[in-house]
Design a protein around this ligand. Structure first.
Ligand code: NAD
Ligand code: TYD
Length: 350
């Protein structure tokens, strides 16, 4: 099958391409990505010459780019990950989130509909989304597939908008869509603007670790490889029109996960006392509209598709931390340009 993976040069997309080529070597993958600051072809170095892998530099905001890629590779299915994905950036520059996440998804749906028109129901369109569309939980409860959408940030609102469009193309046109809503991922190749890679990077460089507010916000963390397995299963086994929540049953208060990673790094880097990574923890002004808690009820995908996370948090986080320690050149490369300006605006001018 010829599958377009949008956003394949990003964090989850590159992990997905690497695992997909291993598990489905017969498929032809077209990585459609415009390479924003978050897209990095170095993530895919080991498969760049694979005969069943192609990179197409295109922008979802430009319908002609999507049409040209569909035409060139005769695309038969889509797994849609490309997005502006960082909440803090959505607060600083929301317009890009509307253009890529909402208008870009619309352009992709329209092109797919036009291209597959006579056989729309035969071509799978899997849309990768987030649990953040459901808004924020209090101390108890879990997000279910039936939980009403209540997005609170420009990022989650734009993802909610894209989910609604995908849903509408199933109901109105009979497109063969699946939507997955996953909790926070961690793992190799995550851009160091998100909490876990940012804190590992700052520990290595002995820079302050910014913790928003009092650190009491709660997130559910899933290893990216487990998310990729869930996407693979949903792509192959789910019925058209279905939506699935994906999560790790692994809730952590931000301050606790920060301390846990600091302890691990102290051991690895032989730091203690005044030199301990714990000393770098710095409470900073809270994120505006900061969602208090996310937690996922993943029983639907567990029961209907037999998905389970394979990695315990202890193993996943150790693999992740070790990966960052072993890939300092990658970290230096992806943070050498625009990142510096963003970092100053986000953390030093607050
Ligand atoms: P990322 O920011 O690491 O990567 C996004 C990729 O999309 C980059 O390669 C970027 O170049 C590309 N892209 C952005 N705008 C584009 C455009 N206009 N045209 C073409 N390509 C464009 O994101 P990620 O963390 O890998 O997330 C991937 C998807 O998964 C997103 O849709 C996100 O909402 C969703 N998701 C992420 C998480 C998480 O914890 N990271 C959790 C749940 C869902
Ligand atoms: P993040 O990785 O940005 O993911 P999301 O906002 O999509 O959940 O943030 C995870 C949590 O960590 C979130 O509650 C915000 C918090 N956070 C900090 O405390 N400091 C930081 O520097 C960052 C980036 C996030």
């Amino acid at each position: 099958m010829k599958i377009m993976i949008t956003g394949g040069a990003g964090f989850i997309g590159s992990n997905l391409i690497l695992s997909w080529l291993e598990n489905h070597p017969e498929d032809i993958l077209v990585n459609f990505d415009c390479l924003t600051y978050a897209g990095n072809l170095a993530n895919l170095k080991e498969i760049e010459n694979h005969s069943n892998y192609h990179f197409y530099k295109g922008d979802l905001r430009l319908p002609k780019d999507i049409e040209a890629a569909f035409e060139k590779y005769q695309i038969e299915a889509v797994i849609h990950l490309a997005a502006e994905s960082h909440v803090d950036r959505s607060i600083l520059t929301p317009d890009q989130f509307i253009q890529t996440n909402i208008v870009g998804t619309f352009n992709l749906l329209e092109t797919a509909k036009h291209f597959w028109q006579t056989e729309l129901s035969k071509h799978r369109f899997l849309h990768v989304s987030t649990d953040e569309v459901y808004g924020s939980l209090g101390e108890s409860g879990y997000f279910q597939e039936t939980t009403p959408y209540r997005p609170n940030s420009p990022y989650s609102a734009s993802k909610a908008g894209s989910d609604h469009l995908v849903r509408a193309y199933y109901h109105t046109y009979g497109m063969n869509t699946i939507i997955t809503n996953c909790s926070n991922n961690y793992g190799p190749y995550q851009f160091p603007e998100k909490l876990i890679p940012l804190l590992i990077k700052n520990c290595m460089e002995q820079k302050p670790i910014p913790v928003y507010g009092n650190g009491s916000n709660i997130r559910d963390w899933l290893y990216v490889k487990d998310h990729c397995c869930a996407i693979d299963l949903a792509f192959h086994k789910a019925s058209a029109g279905e939506t699935y929540n994906i999560g790790g049953l692994n809730e952590w208060k931000n301050i606790d996960i920060v301390r846990y990673i600091c302890r691990y790094l102290d051991e690895k880097l032989n730091r203690s006392g005044d030199n301990s990574c714990q000393q770098l923890i710095t409470f900073v002004k809270d994120r505006p509209g900061h969602d208090q808690r996310y937690a996922i009820d993943a029983s639907k995908i567990q029961q209907t598709l037999s998905w389970q996370p394979e990695f315990s948090f202890e193993i996943g986080i150790q693999e992740t931390i070790n990966w960052y320690l072993d890939h300092q050149a990658w970290v230096a490369q992806v943070t050498s340009g625009e990142y510096q300006k963003y970092y100053i605006q986000q953390y030093e001018k607050r």
